[in-house]
Design a binder for this molecule. Sequence first.
Ligand code: 2PG
Ligand code: MG
Length: 422
Amino acid sequence: MQTIENVTAWEVLDGRGDPTVQVTVTTSDGARGTALVPSGRSTGRHEAQEVRDGDASWHRGRGVRNHLEAVAPQLRQALCGQPLDLRTVDQRLIALDGTPNKSRLGANVTAGVSLAVAKTAAAAAGEPLYRFLNPYARRLPVPQMNLINGGRHAFNETPVQEFIILPVGANRFREALEWTMRTYHVLSRLVEERYGRHALNTGDEGGLTPDVRRVDEGLDLLREAVLKAGIDKGTRYGLDMAATHLYRPDDNRYMLDQAYARDELFSLYQELIATHRVISIEDPVQEDDLEGLALLTGKLQCQFVGDDLFVTNPERVNAAVRMGAGNALLWKFNQIGTISEAWDAAQLAKSHGYEIVVSERSGDTEDPAIADLAVALEASQIKTGSPVRGERTAKYNRLLNIEYELGENACYAGERLQELYG
Ligand code: 2PG
Ligand code: MG
C-alpha cells in the first residue's frame, strides 16, 4: 500500500460564492486526489460542525484560510507517512479532532481530507472512485429533481423547500435526465405566464422560484408541466419539507400557508400521497421528532426520508431503525464529516431496508464525487438540484459518464422505486 506524502488545504469558493475547503493528498508514488467540500444552509442542529474564521474583514466572517493554516501542520503530522487507507485515516481524523461533532478540526476540514484520501486511493489503484469503493456497482440512481425552490434556498414566499419530480419510469439514467430537462423548460413557460418573469430566477439548487404558498399548488404546477412534457405515466413526485425550519416551538405548529398542528400536517400528507402521486417526503417533521416520524411511517405508504432528522449519523440512524422511524436516509458525507462514518450509516440503514438518497448541499461545488459515491453505495436516488448550474451539472455529467462507461452492464433504479411505491 502506498503512503501519504503530503496533505494541503486551501480556501476556495462554493457555488454561493462563500469560502470552502479544498484538500489535496499526494503519495510518495505520485498518486493524487483533490476534494472540495460543500456547505448547507438549511442545516440540522445534530450535524457535525463546520469551522470558519469569523473574521468580518474577510468574506463576511465565513473565511476558512486562518483555520486551515492553523490545522494543516497537525493534519500533516497525523497523516504523512501513514498508509493510504481510508478507514485508518478517518480514525486518525476522529482522534485528532477529539470532539463528538468535529468542532475542533471542523467537519468541513475532516470531510475534505477524507474524500481526498478516498480519491487518492482510487487513483493509486487506477480505478474510478465508484469502482474502487464497490467493484460490483452498476446501478444508476433515480434523480430526485428539485424543480421549484423555496424555504431557505430561495428569496420567495414559498414555505416548502423543494418540489421534486422522480422520473421512475425512464429506462436509463440519461433518459431520466432528458425527461426532467424537458419538464423544466415546459415548467419555465408555465411559471412565467402565471407568476411573472422574476419567478424564472433560480434558487440555490437551480429550481424556479414562483411564490407557491400552498403545497398542492406547487404539486399541481409540476403535474401540469409533466403532462405537457408527455412523461406523466413514468413520473412521481416528492417534497423536501425541511420541517425543522417550518416549526414554531412556542406553539408546536408548522408554518405553511397557515399554521398546522402535527396531526393536521399528517392529514395533509395523507391527502397529497393519495391525490398527487407523492411517493417521497423528506424531513416531514422537525429534527427532534423521531417519534412523529415513526408514527407517520407506520401510518402512510410513502418514502419518508430523514435529513436533519438522521444527519447521516450511524447513532441517529440506529435510534431511528429501532423506532421504525422513516424508511430512507438522506446521505450527505459532510453532515458527519468522514466518508467511512457516512458509509457505515448507509450500510446500517440499508441492512434495515431503508433506501439511500445521496444528496448535495445547497452551497455545493464543481466536485462531482457524490455521483461516484451514489453509484458505489448502490443508492436508489440522488438529489443534486436542477441541471442549470455548474455545480449541479458536474454531478449529472459524471453520472452520464459512469453510465456510458458501464455500457450494457448499467442499470437504472427506477423500477425498484416503482415496485416499492407504485
Ligand atoms: C436539504 C439540503 C440540500 P442544505 O435540506 O436537503 O437540498 O439543504 O444543503 O441547505 O442543508
Ligand atoms: Mg433536506
